[in-house]
Ligand binder design. Sequence first.
Ligand SMILES: [Fe+2]
Ligand SMILES: [Fe+2]
Length: 175
Amino acid sequence: MTQSEVEKSIFAHSPLDAIAHAHAVQMQVCDAMERIADGLPDEVDRRLAAHVASCLHYDLPLHHRDEDEGLFPLLRARAEAADAIDTILDRLVAEHDLDTDFADEIAEPLDLLARGVKVANAEMVGYMLRGFFERYRRHVRWEDTLVMPLARLRLTSADLDQLARKMEQNRATTV
Ligand SMILES: [Fe+2]
Ligand SMILES: [Fe+2]
């Protein structure tokens, strides 16, 4: 089963499990980025670089849409004032914008590495990779610690149906 088939079968059943699964995959992608950064300039696994580049190009922006347009608005509507989740969600949305742009920039040298091209600025590429995966791990930990437990607590079954539909829609409109 491919990654997207796994996701599809999970999110029809439980969209929050699909998001949690995406977070686990993202942590693996961060580990892969660390291995690539450690291997620069000469010891880079080309298939790993291709896999990471593809995740950054396609999976990451899609996941950000699932959260920005699906999970977060539903959670804002359902959360109680004492949950104090709005500021946290504002910050996570701002990070999505930055990270989507940054992911595109990093995917470029990764595409070159995947084709076996030696990048001229290996040190800078390593620096960019490290900056990204260190920040992104923190982002996922925040979501897993603060957002996901609250979503499991507050979202109703109607909310979950709406989230699942939104996620299906996002996949149908992504080329
Ligand atoms: Fe996020
Ligand atoms: Fe996330």
